[in-house]
Design a protein around this ligand. Structure first.
Ligand SMILES: Cc1cc2nc3c(=O)[nH]c(=O)nc-3n(C[C@H](O)[C@H](O)[C@H](O)COP(=O)(O)OP(=O)(O)OC[C@H]3O[C@@H](n4cnc5c(N)ncnc54)[C@H](O)[C@@H]3O)c2cc1C
Ligand SMILES: Cc1cc2nc3c(=O)[nH]c(=O)nc-3n(C[C@H](O)[C@H](O)[C@H](O)COP(=O)(O)O)c2cc1C
Length: 783
């Protein structure tokens, strides 16, 4: 077999090693355009988990690599004169040059042919090769040449960065967030060998310009960085090596394989440097390719297997990198945060590290986070314990005069079980049990303002006496038997009206018994949905009046809070999104125009709703599709509602148009809540695939939302909050006397269960290499 590998970076060399081990007789040649010891860049970083993989696949190079490594356990965050250190991270650094020399030596030893200063312009010369590996890096000539086939997508990020080195020793992965007269600068730094550290500097484009970095030489820009970070460098130099300022390109390719050619490493996909995974991904691609070549019967089948088997892992890493880089791009959002909350945000930015996880590794740090959170709550007039605070989820919150006992919320969820809009026994039990279960706030399902405002024939409403009486009974029960507050969500289905019950076909039009539907513009939801009537002013006034009448009924029922539903493609949302609003009057066109009618309704409700009671608005912060609402629009929308008196923005997303492409995942809507809260400076509630109390605490402690709503988790577990309180030992959740023995038992058992669980986790976690090294070098205690 003949294998040609274009590119002698980590991906190309490691693939050569693993393939040669598998097929000692194969002729494997690596073509590298640079000289063997040409260096660019400084260190690379690997996690312990990556090194475990290297150990498994090629012990000799693993041993060699790890002899050369610098190890560390801590991440240190420097911000506004403070430093927070968090241990247990398990990283290793190594010089890129040394890594390449080790891999070259190992490849040579196995019989791989290494050709340097051998740039390849045209792969046609490899017609006799069975496999051609394209490992030619981020600017891959071959990915570009076959662009129509590989379909790369290049997302050039806004921040500028430069990769430098220094002689400054470091004992932790170090983030420095530095205020300057021009704006914020960030340094990501780590030591990779004795006397050498990598320094990646990052800043936003405006700060870059203001700091006069444009057009400076490498030396001049290194001098400027040395001035900014001089206090930390302590006289150590900054070193440069092709250290030009650049924008990071996030690259994704739709296809990785063409005939017998395969893209590997940065050539196929990149991961932002802030998660330090580029070299890891490149070498793990090589592992995946070698595995596939080992198992599949033909090269063609192996390449298919490689692409199919590897794609998910790469996309996951890219998603984590995206989340992380966005955090750094928007660091100014958090600049006013308490430093410990800021540091918590840095640690938890990419979702892998959470509140519970940090509690195990760095309990003092998390206690400090809890105390800072409790202090903020105390500053708002609550008499909470600051020295031994409960976890953020169990801290109270005030909106106008409504006080919530904790931050967990039952999200609005339609039960599709009302008859002519009248809630029944199911609703009484549903809301009652969730209130008893301990959540601080319960939302009603979307409650429709008129018969024709319903989504389905099973939707609840509040347009007549009978409905009002049933809702009053529910509200009274909640108030009499729990500490929960209850919020009425009012809505109008718009073009999604007259559709089937969820379990008969979500958003599908009713075949019989339907009613006429309204929207901002006459655009049906599905091609075969009813074409809605474009609302005229008379209808707008009627709808507004119906909203106010329903709110008046809600007031008489005793609801604590009122939410206006402007999300998910329903009537008011159809005005806001440009995808569903094609009007040419003063209610269409600009965002200000599109917001006009929803704001009119909100203002009318605000005037009718008691001044001491809060109001929220639910928005879709993105339409998840080209041309639709974006996170930036959501900030403008939130600002407009805040000016009109909204107390909380309930940040949901999507469901505007059928062909949207949401990016699902854990806590997938939380970044939008973060953006709205910390740019528009308004309280937010986040929601969406948040399933654990750990995630709730992570979101709150990082300042990404003020309240956290859970929908589906509450469908199967009304006592989600009470159980979480027991887990965290937060005895602050009211339980009705009838249920006290159950509460006492779970609180008692949770102490032991939690201890057992933590012990198991600690036992299951292998020692990091840094810990092992520290143990091995520890002097023996005197006898
Ligand atoms: C600022 C910055 C910091 C980073 N920090 C880290 C980090 O800390 N940890 C980490 O793991 N990763 C880091 N990376 C990422 C890392 O450098 C890359 O992801 C990794 O090197 C990818 O390996 P590769 O083999 O795919 O590509 P490369 O390392 O780019 O190798 C490609 C090789 O192909 C050669 N080549 C290109 N075209 C041709 C041709 N036509 N013919 C012959 N040869 C050719 C090139 O000379 C090069 O040697 C960082 C990247 C940047 C930009
Ligand atoms: C069965 C069901 C009904 C829903 N009904 C409503 C509703 O009436 N009003 C609303 O704003 N959102 C509604 N939603 C959306 C939820 O409030 C929530 O935003 C969504 O389920 C995501 O949160 P989760 O991942 O915690 O379930 C509903 C969701 C479900 C699962």
């Amino acid at each position: 077999m003949k294998i040609a590998i274009i590119g002698g970076g980590p991906a190309g060399l490691y693939a050569a090693i693993l393939l040669k081990k598998q097929r000692p007789k194969a002729e494997i040649t690596v073509y590298e355009r640079n000289r063997a010891d040409d260096t660019f860049g400084f260190g690379v970083v690997f996690s312990d988990a990556t090194l475990d993989n290297f150990e498994k696949y090629d012990p000799p190079s693993y041993r060699h690599i790890t002899q050369e490594f610098a190890y560390w356990d801590d991440i240190a965050v420097h911000f506004r004169g403070t430093v927070h250190r968090v241990g247990g991270n398990g990283f290793c650094g190594c010089s890129r040059r040394k890594l390449l020399l080790i891999l070259q030596e190992r490849a040579r030893e196995l019989g791989v042919i290494l050709l340097f200063e051998a740039g390849v312009d045209d792969e046609a010369r490899f017609t006799d090769a069975d496999l051609v590996v394209l490992a030619d890096g981020i600017n891959s000539r071959f990915r570009e040449k076959y662009m129509a086939h590989f379909q790369p997508e290049v997302d050039v990020r806004s921040n500028m960065f430069a990769w430098m080195g220094s002689t400054r020793p470091l004992d932790a992965f170090t983030f420095i967030f530095q205020e300057t007269e021009w704006g914020p600068f960030i340094a990501h730094a780590y030591q990779y060998e004795v006397g050498r550290s990598t320094w990646i500097f990052e800043t936003d484009p405006k700060t870059f310009k203001r700091a006069g970095l444009e057009g400076l030489s490498e030396k001049q820009s290194a001098d400027r960085m040395a001035e900014i970070f001089g206090w930390f460098l302590e006289g150590h130099q900054l070193l440069t090596n092709r250290s030009m300022w650049r924008n990071f390109p996030m690259i994704r390719s739709k296809r990785w394989v063409k005939d017998n050619m395969v893209l590997l490493g940065d050539a196929k996909a990149t991961a932002h440097f802030s998660i330090g995974s580029g070299t890891k991904l490149a070498m793990e691609d090589a592992i995946a390719l070698a595995d596939a070549m080992h198992h599949a019967p033909t090269v063609h089948a192996a390449l298919q297997q490689y692409e199919e088997g590897r794609r998910e892992e790469v996309e996951k890493a890219q998603h984590a990198a995206d989340v992380s880089l966005v955090w750094f791009e928007h660091v100014d959002r958090f600049w006013s945060f308490d430093p410990v909350q800021f540091a918590f945000g840095v640690m938890t930015r990419a979702k892998a590290i959470t509140y519970d996880n940090l509690t195990l590794r760095a309990p003092d740090f998390v206690r400090e986070v809890d105390r800072a959170f409790a202090k903020q709550v105390r500053a708002r007039g609550f008499d909470v314990d600051v020295e031994k605070p409960v976890a953020p989820m169990f801290q109270p919150l005030r909106l106008r005069e409504m006080e919530l006992a904790n931050r967990a919320v039952v999200s609005p969820m339609c039960m599709y079980s009302a008859k002519e809009g009248v809630p029944g026994d199911f609703h009484f039990v549903h809301y009652g049990s969730r209130a008893i279960g301990g959540a601080g706030l319960i939302f009603t399902e979307m409650t429709c303002i008129s018969r024709d405002a319903r989504i389905t024939p099973g939707c609840a409403g509040l347009w007549n006496e009978e409905q009002e009486a049933v809702w009053r009974r529910i509200v009274d029960f909640v108030h009499a038997n729990s500490a929960a507050k209850i919020c009425l969500q009012l809505g109008h289905a718009g073009r999604k009206g007259a559709t089937k019950l969820m379990w008969d076909g979500m958003d599908r039009p009713l075949e019989e018994g339907g009613w006429d539907v309204l929207s901002a513009s006459p655009i049906p939801y599905f091609p075969d949905s009813q074409v809605p009537r474009e609302m005229d002013r008379v209808e707008m006034d009627a709808v507004k009046a119906a909203f106010v009448a329903a709110a008046e009924r809600g007031k008489r029922c005793g609801f604590d809070m009122l939410e206006l539903h402007c999300a998910h493609g329903y009537l008011l949302a159809s005005f806001i999104s440009p995808l569903t609003n094609r009007r040419t009057d003063s209610y269409g066109g600009s965002l200000a125009n599109r917001l006009r009618f929803p704001l009119e309704v909100f203002e009318a409700l605000r005037a009718a709703w008691p001044a001491h009671k809060p109001m929220s608005v639910r928005i879709s912060a993105t339409d998840w599709t080209e041309g639709g609402i974006t996170g930036n629009d959501a900030v403008a929308i939130a600002r407009a509602f805040a000016e009109a008196g909204v107390d909380l923005v309930d940040v949901s997303t999507g469901q505007t148009v059928r062909d949207a492409q949401p990016v699902y995942g854990r806590m997938f809507q939380t970044p939008f809540s973060d953006q709205v809260r910390n740019e528009a400076r308004v309280a937010t509630m986040c929601v969406g695939n948040i399933t654990t109390a750990d995630q709730v605490n992570t979101i709150l402690a990082a300042g990404r939302a003020d309240l956290v709503a859970l929908g589906r988790p509450h469908l199967v577990d009304p006592s989600f909050t009470l159980k979480a309180a027991a887990w965290y030992g937060a005895d602050v959740v009211l339980c009705p006397p009838q249920y006290l023995p159950g509460k006492e038992q779970i609180f008692r058992n949770s102490v032991r269960d939690r201890q057992d669980f933590d012990d198991l986790k600690i036992k299951a976690k292998p020692k990091t290499r840094a810990e092992l090294k520290a143990e091995a070098t520890k002097p023996l205690a005197a006898e």
